[in-house]
Design a protein around this ligand. Structure first.
Ligand code: PLP
Length: 467
């Protein structure tokens, strides 16, 4: 056991130390990885330390530099050292964080972490919470609570009666919502056909009048409203203080997708973007993005604990329940589960309130510097200057008569050239009908030097792609 863990620590340290020299994008092909990792299944097994050593060798070239400072693709944070250490311990301790009786310290840590998170995110202290695998399952947990409450008001107990012949639930949301919201609607039997889409403006926000008109159409039916705290292209926030009171007048349940954007609340300078967000009924966010906790780590919060518990609780007669400690299985969609409270606990303790605010501010500052730096290069154009940690640039063709499709193709070609160069990784997106490069900064590792190195790399990539 000892030597396997020592090899793991050594290999992890080697990897992290070499990160600044490694390409940001994995270079190995699937065939190479299959060739190395597809070892024969040994009948008699392999010594533990050798398994770990082989694994660390065999994945060579197949790992992205997402733990490092020049990874700006999708919305992906790094991992804080204390959180990685606590994650290793969570695995070594092997507690089942289903309940206090199956993992006492894990249950108590989750109690503490839930209170810390509500405090940091400016959510009601009375809200219930769950630590789940990611924002996807946070949506499922929150929307299951919504389903319970909305149908309960119609005299329908969805937990016992199911959905057959239940009243349909209408969903009002903008076209900018994340795909994980739709998947939660699928998993919960609400169905994506129930979504009434309110077009978002160029600023990514829903217009209040159009929003209210959508609520008025279709009359008085159970309604779920999904608002956005930080969309993945430009980090747009819906106008919570304006929209939530409207939704409440129509008796809707308001859910907020704040996968990364809810963390703006942790910075005094950005908190204003979230004015009114605490009026919602449920909130979903991630630890593995902006808090820089290793995967898998998401958080669900529900203003009405009774609805949350009614949707999730699962009690069995072979567990003893403590009356004065929170049992995770009352709030989570899982039964046996890893003690995922430990890494969050460690991340929050390492940074402290000020450290988290500083992390948020630093990322926003680096995102702005990247977009400004890249936007200042010949052959680049700024599409959206970050107001949070997300920005957009485009690489138009410098040729008279070039069409929109030419600009799109060239933008994708430049993104590919940047990624192939290995200095930095960005992902593409389509925004308002245009191809664009997304600049997303979520990592505690990103420094001003990384920004500089990246802008230089983008300039070099631009020079190599024929316009
Ligand atoms: C990443 C993301 C999600 C999904 O979160 P997971 O943690 O990947 O499940 C949902 N909404 C937004 C806005 C996101 O950025």
């Amino acid at each position: 056991m000892n030597s396997a863990l020592e090899v793991a620590a050594q290999k992890a340290n080697e990897f992290l130390d070499r990160l600044p020299q490694l390409p940001a994008r994995a270079r190995a092909t699937a065939a190479e990885l299959r060739g190395r990792l597809g070892r024969p299944l040994e009948p008699a097994g392999v010594p533990a330390d050798q398994v770990v050593r082989d694994l660390a060798e065999d994945v060579r070239g197949g790992l992205h530099g997402s733990a490092g400072g020049r990874f700006f693709g999708w919305v992906i944070g790094g991992s804080l050292p204390a959180a990685v250490g606590a994650d290793w311990l969570a695995a070594a301790w092997d507690q089942n964080a289903a309940s206090y009786s199956t993992g006492p310290a894990a249950a108590v840590v989750e109690e503490i972490v839930g209170e810390w998170l509500k405090d940091l995110l400016g959510l009601p202290a009375t809200a219930s919470f769950a630590l789940v695998t990611g924002c996807q399952m946070a949506h499922v947990t929150c929307l299951a609570s919504a389903r319970h409450a909305l149908l309960g008001r119609r005299g329908w107990n969805v937990e016992t009666q199911g959905l057959a012949s239940a009243p349909a639930i209408r969903v009002v949301s903008s076209g900018r919502r994340h795909g994980s919201v739709d998947r939660a609607l699928r998993m919960l039997g609400i169905g994506t056909d129930q979504v009434v889409e309110v077009p978002a403006g160029i600023d990514g926000r829903m217009d209040a009048e159009r929003f209210e008109n959508a609520l008025l159409r279709g009359g008085h039916v159970p309604t779920l409203v999904v608002l956005q705290a930080g969309d993945l292209n430009i980090g747009a926030f819906d106008a919570f203080a304006e929209l939530i009171p409207i939704a409440k007048r129509h008796h809707a349940w308001v859910h907020v997708d704040g996968a990364f954007g809810l963390w703006a609340a942790a910075s005094p300078r950005r908190r204003g973007r979230l004015d009114g967000v605490a009026l919602a009924d449920s909130w979903a966010t991630d630890g593995h993005k902006w808090l820089n906790v290793p995967y898998d780590c998401g958080y669900a919060f529900v203003a009405d604990p009774a609805s949350h518990r009614a949707a999730m609780a699962c009690r069995v007669d072979y567990i003893l329940y403590a009356s004065d400690v929170r049992d995770e299985a009352d709030w989570n969609p899982e039964w046996s589960r890893r003690a995922r409270g430990f890494p969050t606990y460690a991340a929050i303790r390492q940074l402290g309130r000020e450290g988290i605010a500083d992390l948020i501010e630093r990322c926003c500052g680096h995102a702005l510097a990247l977009v400004s730096g890249i936007g200042g290069l010949a052959g680049a154009a700024v599409l959206f200057r970050p107001t949070l940690n997300q920005g957009l640039v485009r690489f138009p063709v410098r040729r008279a008569g070039a069409t929109a499709a030419d600009h799109d193709r060239h933008t994708d070609a430049v993104i590919e050239a940047i990624c192939a160069g290995g200095e930095a990784l960005f992902s593409g997106t389509t925004w308002n009908g245009m191809r664009a490069m997304r600049v997303s900064v979520c990592s505690w590792q990103t420094s001003a030097a990384d920004v500089e190195r990246t802008v230089t790399a983008v300039a070099q990539a631009l020079a190599t792609v024929p316009a």
